[in-house]
Write a protein that binds this ligand. Structure first.
Ligand code: AHR
Length: 492
């Protein structure tokens, strides 16, 4: 098969915001306890954080990490995780039906985030709580005045404010599974008033209002319109969440999941623009795709987990090659929409539907999806071109799906153009031609591929990993593969 992509210097989508490749750590399963935090582990530092996890996350260079939930946040009292550890309450955690020890809270997490070089995207509880606790939390984290909550932070040993700039107004408030879920109208009012007072405490923060929990929600569309009409002046972003899966084992259709993501983004952007026009304003609301990933492998096994235990192994999907290819196409889709999607969070980072896994008392290992995420973080820097792609299609799941999903990013600092491409074909390799006014020399071709779409990694074997391909002038994308081609511009 042959695919031609046209790169025209005039056709640019936009510059990638580094926060597009963020991630997420929730108080859920073994993400915090047994993931980033494990005082008994041989690599743990004085503060109880696992050194091996910390080093790997630091190396990944994750720009932003959403915290502390997720569904967890809708029943969370943030004060429980501050101050003297010996006095912190053990609580029933209703979202995931386990026990929260509160050994880690914002005091510790901000130290961890600082040591891995990530910004925090902090969510406030708009389930059991509301505006009052949200504004107090902003003061605790960012306050500089000699007042109660800023002083409380100082007493807890943190003279300097944490300086958290990005905040979520609750989580998935449209979902029946959410603690104290809301109708669009109920949420819109609470989000508006909470946003207002949070910004009164610190006007430098940016706020993300909850959009729909996924595009299949019964209130999708109406929810966004209602929230935007009410909150427009106070918010900066609206959120999107979506998880993809292959429960019916239809790989051809599953590999086309990114078409749904693209559609969802376009739909939400159109609603934002409709409300913008109604309001006759210049202000644009951008999108925060702050939960996305593959999630379905662990659904059945999770039903067997007993309730009310500490950090049970929940949502521990083991990913295969086809999941890595889907994650690759989703990353490409985010890049192709970088003019509107400014923030993205791969959900999640450690152990819970995650690229990184830990062995209790042992090492860390990389899931298949680690590699496309690593490559996006490393090479997805610069301006995305609106490339025209000429390739064949196949039909699966009622959709025409292009064999090749691709995008190109111009890294001006390095004089490089990086082409990201997934070959969805399970049968054919693909010769990738570039038509462009730029003179380009292929300097490196990295691929993740294999004969078995169901191949997985484990603590002992890395079956699915990155490989460098010997490159000629024209790269050949193996069948069922994720690829990064690095071209040097020789015309400048
Ligand atoms: O990421 C796992 C869960 O998925 C989050 O807690 C929730 O927001 C979503 O439903």
């Amino acid at each position: 098969m042959i695919c031609t992509i046209r790169i025209n210097s005039e056709n640019r989508i936009g510059k990638i915001d580094r926060r597009l490749f963020g991630s997420f750590i929730e108080h859920l399963g073994r993400a915090v306890y047994g993931g980033i935090y494990d005082p008994a582990h041989p690599s743990a530092g004085k503060n109880g954080f696992r050194g091996d996890v910390l080093e790997l996350v630091k190396e990944l260079n994750v720009p932003v990490v959403r915290y502390p939930g997720g569904n967890f946040v809708s029943g969370y009292n943030w004060e429980d995780g501050t101050g003297d550890k010996s006095k912190r309450p053990r609580k029933m955690e209703l979202a995931w039906q386990c026990i929260e020890t509160n050994e880690v809270g914002i005091d510790e997490f901000q130290e961890w985030a600082r040591s891995v070089g990530s910004e925090i995207m902090m969510a406030v509880n708009l389930g059991t709580r509301g505006a009052d606790d949200a504004r107090n939390l902003v003061e605790y984290c960012n306050g500089t005045t000699p007042t109660y909550y800023a002083d409380m932070r100082r007493k807890n040993g943190f003279e300097q404010p944490f300086g958290i700039k990005l905040w979520c107004l609750g989580n998935e408030m449209d979902g029946k599974w959410q603690i104290c879920a809301k109708t669009p109208e109920e949420y819109a009012r609470v989000a508006c008033e909470t946003a207002k007072v949070m910004k009164w405490v610190d006007d430098s923060i940016e706020l993300v209002a909850c959009g729909s929990s996924n595009s299949g929600m019964p209130t999708f569309g109406i929810w966004e319109e209602t929230v935007l009409r009410e909150c427009y002046d106070y918010i900066d972003y609206i959120s999107l969440h979506n998880y993809y899966g292959n429960p019916d084992n239809d790989s051809a259709a599953y590999l086309g999941s990114s078409l749904d993501m693209d559609n969802f983004i376009k739909h939400v952007a159109a609603i934002c623009d409709k409300v913008k026009a109604e309001k006759n304003t210049d202000k644009q609301i951008n999108l925060s795709f702050d939960e996305w990933n593959v999630w379905f492998h662990s659904n059945e096994q999770d039903k067997q987990i007993p309730k009310w235990t500490v950090a049970p192994p929940q949502l521990e999907d083991i990913y295969n090659l086809e999941d890595a290819l889907v994650v690759g196409t989703l990353l490409i889709t985010l890049m192709k929409n970088c003019d509107r999607v400014k923030i993205g969070c791969l959900a999640q980072l450690i152990n819970v539907i995650a690229p990184i896994m830990t062995v209790p008392g042992g090492g860390v290992w990389k899931q298949t999806i680690f590699y496309p995420y690593l490559h996006a973080l490393k090479y997805g820097r610069g301006t995305v071109f609106d490339v025209e792609t000429e390739c064949g299609f196949y039909t699966a799941g009622g959709k025409d799906i292009p064999f090749i999903e691709t995008t190109a990013v111009c890294n001006d600092e390095e004089n490089e153009i990086i082409v990201f491409a997934v070959n969805r074909s399970q049968d054919e390799t693909c010769e990738l031609n570039i038509a462009s006014e730029f003179k380009l020399e292929l300097t490196r071709h990295i691929t993740v591929t294999g004969d078995d779409l169901k191949a997985v990694n484990s603590p002992d074997t890395e079956t699915v990993s990155e490989m460098t391909v010997d490159c000629g002038e024209i790269p050949v994308l193996p069948r069922q593969s994720w690829n990064i081609m690095i071209y040097r511009r020789t015309d400048i």
